[in-house]
Design a protein around this ligand. Structure first.
Ligand code: SF4
Length: 412
């Protein structure tokens, strides 16, 4: 067991090293809820019931709310989705307007400012939806939207048009139709459950859905995309893990953006999932003032490995309406990738992608390591900027016969 520290906001490492400080594991603590019993605090349904969902609650708990935040929070549930679990709220530093956790979940009035190139459905999901709640954009896999609810709501959500129904999208998944479509399309070998957050379903409902999908012979592989391990680690119960392990191969993509989100509670929850044999990957969104910094991102990916999670993607923030104040530049994303590749464990290096606006799918974006390439050679640079040549093999060369001087080994 690694060292635990009592508070999520104790940023000063005993070593005074900011990088090491980011990598330390802390508990979120109890904060305003110190009188709540352990049984309630560790009950995911209690956490959901006591979420912060309006401007009044937010201001009571955090009098340091800025005018921009208060104006944004006042639009909760009419124009903007707002919910924060008590657990996750405790990770916010109320004294820091630029707290990387705060920026992810507290609305700001800037979310109502929309540029002409921003969209409500930036990945073109609705135009690739053959039945309600199913997106079939790639040849062999589908996105199965289970619910429009999440444990908490991210300010940059690609599906903000539908989550929490704050904008009147009127999302109604139809499981029978979604499953019938998959059953009728033998090319679909991979189903990704997402939403909203699939882990908000009860164990029984989720088990029923997974059983129906597993009963389709051509479905080889199931995935769950969930932010619950970071918003609500209490949901990752031993019972949930025991149920999920019946449906292997089942992978899970979690979502976290900053090392401060990786608390002792989250590490323990991820450990339970990993012990159930569920391979874990993380998806981060590159966000201004949150993780658009190589030191923060490096600490985050290393900390993910310590939680048994492979950093999987860094997404360039989609062109979602009202997200300009959170979007970092592609230039910054490339700089960060340059600082990761070669500078840390290969397993810790995610793929940086841009989800092509309008529905073109994920496109990998990488710093340039191939400097030139012709029929004879490839000229490459390594992570230190040193130049190397690799001789190109001619295409279509027949297999080379062993030289004559190599004798047959003697059989004994
Ligand atoms: S958890 Fe995922 S679906 Fe829910 S608000 Fe955040 S990004 Fe959107």
């Amino acid at each position: 067991m690694q060292a635990d520290n009592s508070s999520a906001n104790g940023d000063e490492s005993p070593s005074g090293n900011p990088f090491q400080s980011l990598k330390e594991f802390h508990s979120a603590g109890r904060g305003f809820w110190r009188d709540v019993s352990d049984a309630d605090w560790n009950d995911w349904r209690w956490q959901l019931k006591h979420r912060i969902t309006n401007a009044g609650q937010l201001q009571r708990l955090m009098p340091t709310l800025t005018p921009e935040e208060f104006a944004g929070a006042k639009l909760a549930n009419t124009r903007l989705a707002l919910a924060i679990t008590p657990y996750f709220f405790n990770l916010i530093d109320p004294a820091d307007e630029h707290c990387p956790v705060r920026l992810q979940v507290i609305p700001r009035i800037e979310e109502t400012h929309t540029a002409s190139w921003e969209m409500s459905d930036p990945c073109g999901e609705d135009s690739h939806s053959p039945v309600p709640g199913l997106v079939h954009r790639y040849p062999d896999r589908v996105l199965f939207l289970v619910t429009d609810r999440c444990a908490a709501y991210c300010r940059y959500c690609t599906r903000s048009r539908l989550v929490s129904n704050a904008t009147g999208y009127d999302f109604h998944p139809e499981f029978d139709k979604q499953i019938a479509y998959i059953a009728a399309h033998p090319e679909i070998r991979d189903v990704l459950l997402s939403g909203g957050d699939p882990l908000l379903l009860s164990d029984d409902k989720l088990e029923n859905l997974l059983s129906r999908l597993r009963a389709i012979p051509h479905v080889e592989f199931l995935r769950i995309g969930s932010r619950i391990p970071t918003f609500l680690p209490q949901r990752i119960t031993p019972e949930l893990c025991a149920m999920l392990k019946k449906f292997h191969p089942l992978f899970m993509s979690i979502h976290s953006n900053h090392p401060r989100e990786l608390t002792t509670e989250v590490r323990d929850a991820l450990g339970r999932l990993a012990d159930a044999g569920i391979p874990l990957g993380n998806q981060s969104v590159l966000l201004k003032h949150v993780n658009d910094d190589a030191t923060v991102m490096k600490a985050h990916v290393q900390k993910l490995l310590m939680c048994r999670v492979k950093p999987y993607y860094i997404y360039q923030c989609d062109l979602i309406s009202g997200s300009a104040h959170l979007r970092a530049s592609v230039r910054k994303g490339l700089e960060i990738m340059e600082q990761l590749r070669g500078h840390t464990t290969g397993y810790a290096v995610p793929q940086y992608v841009i989800d092509a606006p309008g529905g073109g799918g994920k496109i990998p974006v990488n710093p340039e390591y191939v400097l030139s390439h012709n029929a004879d050679r490839v000229v490459l640079r390594n992570y230190e900027g040193k130049i190397f040549e690799y001789p190109e093999a001619p295409d279509g060369t027949p297999l080379v016969k062993p030289p004559k001087e190599i004798e047959e080994p003697e059989l004994v």
